[in-house]
Write a protein that binds this ligand. Structure first.
Ligand code: UDP
Length: 406
């Protein structure tokens, strides 16, 4: 099967945790790799946003990224993608001509969905879409709690386009039941178009390593409780809540350490300043963005991974941590409320409540990571493996397309 993925701002080979790159990049890279291993030919079209990246680059055998020139070769906030959407869509159209067509187009995020619908109209291709985040839900999570950087007009346009994508795409992939419900209730997507296929992790790569060995490899202290955060440091990830919660944890466990993976230098500084202000700057480590291949060592080194998001469409970090047998303390939002089983894989706590987060972290640290090990591994094996994920996506592709090649 010949698959075109469109991933507007998220280059699958970019370093996650920096410059707006995160879960979508990892999602697209893993899925393209696994589909190619199952015999698909996968091209991933993304905007060229780095001066030194080639126009074509292999991701794995049978999968490659194609970087489309649209606007400056520099990072661009997602919200500004509209200014280059026409140029990007023309580039994707040219690619489609050049490659002699595809059996299915899988678009990621709403700008890609708009490009995909245009392509589908011209080339008669079925579109499968993944939202990765829904504007109306994101807007709700922002309105009352922090300054809104996206204009109301852009939110309105996004909402209209997400509704349209839900009506016109052949299928829409939901990463978790909450997202499936949001698509139907907020976007009016017909129930029969919604397919629940949660992402998964490659358990051959994301697996438990010996904790002491992992800490030694990473230069982290031995014999102290270690709380880990992995992800972009944008406000909705709740990293400032975590710093406030950790201040309380360190009153009870004065040797505890907080390790933060991800974030640009500027984002890191904001979090570092708060930690210093609360008096535990010396017990916090900032590692910046690290290659995805190193993350299993970080998860294995930790006693608990905190995922304190205000809003989380899915939350790959939670299942990655569980795949490494490390419990998770997460907020009870979006995909996290579904993937993390409270009391078995760690703890679920209310969002935006540093005190509750601190209690959750202390409970899990006191119980010890071994108590959660089996449940974490079982949860991933039963629901979140890359095999289940890629088979589920392939079933959706087959349901909507009549492949010219298999
Ligand atoms: N990640 C990484 N290196 C970093 C920071 C993050 O590889 O320095 C990866 C992390 O392992 C996960 C992804 O980025 O796969 C973040 O995904 P998640 O769904 O948790 O958050 P999103 O970025 O989609 O908001």
């Amino acid at each position: 099967m010949r698959v075109l993925m469109i991933s507007d701002h998220a280059d699958p080979l970019a370093l996650p945790g920096s410059n707006f790159h995160g879960g979508q990049n990892v999602y697209v890279r893993q899925l393209a790799t696994r589909l190619a291993a199952s015999g698909c030919h996968v091209d991933v079209a993304t905007r060229a946003d780095a001066p030194d990246f080639p126009a074509w680059q292999p991701i794995a055998e049978g999968a490659q990224v194609v970087r489309v020139e649209a606007g400056p070769r520099a990072p661009m906030p997602r919200d500004r993608f509209g200014s280059v959407l026409d140029a990007f869509s023309r580039g994707v159209d040219d690619l489609c001509e050049q490659r002699g067509g595809y059996d299915v187009v899988h678009s990621h995020y709403w700008f890609s969905g708009v490009a995909a619908l245009g392509l589908a109209a011209r080339h008669g291709l079925p579109v499968v879409h993944s939202h990765h985040s829904i504007g109306a839900v994101r807007r709700q999570s922002l309105d009352t709690h922090q300054p809104v950087t996206t204009s109301p007009e852009l939110f309105d346009e996004r909402h209209q386009q997400e509704c349209r994508i839900g009506r016109e795409a052949a299928a829409v992939v939901a990463n978790c039941p909450a997202e499936a419900a949001d698509m139907q209730h907020l976007l009016g997507t017909p129930a029969e178009a919604v397919h629940l296929v949660p992402p998964g992790v490659d358990t051959a790569v994301l697996r438990p390593f010996d904790q002491t060995a992992a800490r030694e490899r990473l230069g982290l202290p031995l014999g102290v409780p270690l709380v880990l955060f992995v992800g972009r440091l944008e406000a909705r990830k709740g990293c400032l809540d975590l710093v406030k919660a950790f201040a309380r944890v360190s009153v009870v466990l004065p040797h505890a350490r907080l390790v933060v993976v991800g974030g640009t230098a500027h984002e890191t500084q904001v979090v570092r300043d708060l930690a210093a202000q609360l008096g535990f700057g010396d017990r916090t480590e900032f590692r910046g963005s690290v290659s995805h291949e190193l993350t299993p060592l970080y998860y294995s080194a930790a006693d608990v991974t905190a995922v304190p998001s205000h809003y989380e469409p899915f939350g790959l970090v939670a299942i990655e941590s569980m795949a490494c047998a490390t419990p998770v303390v997460a907020t009870r939002v979006g995909g996290l409320a579904w993937s993390v089983v409270d009391g078995r894989c760690g703890a679920l706590v209310p969002a935006r409540e540093p005190i509750s987060l601190a209690c959750g972290l202390l409970d899990v640290l006191t119980a010890g990571r071994d108590r959660y090990r089996r449940s974490c591994l079982d949860q991933v094996a039963q629901h979140f493996t890359v095999d289940l994920w890629s088979r589920g996506i392939l079933d959706v592709y087959r349901a909507v397309s009549s492949p010219v090649t298999t």
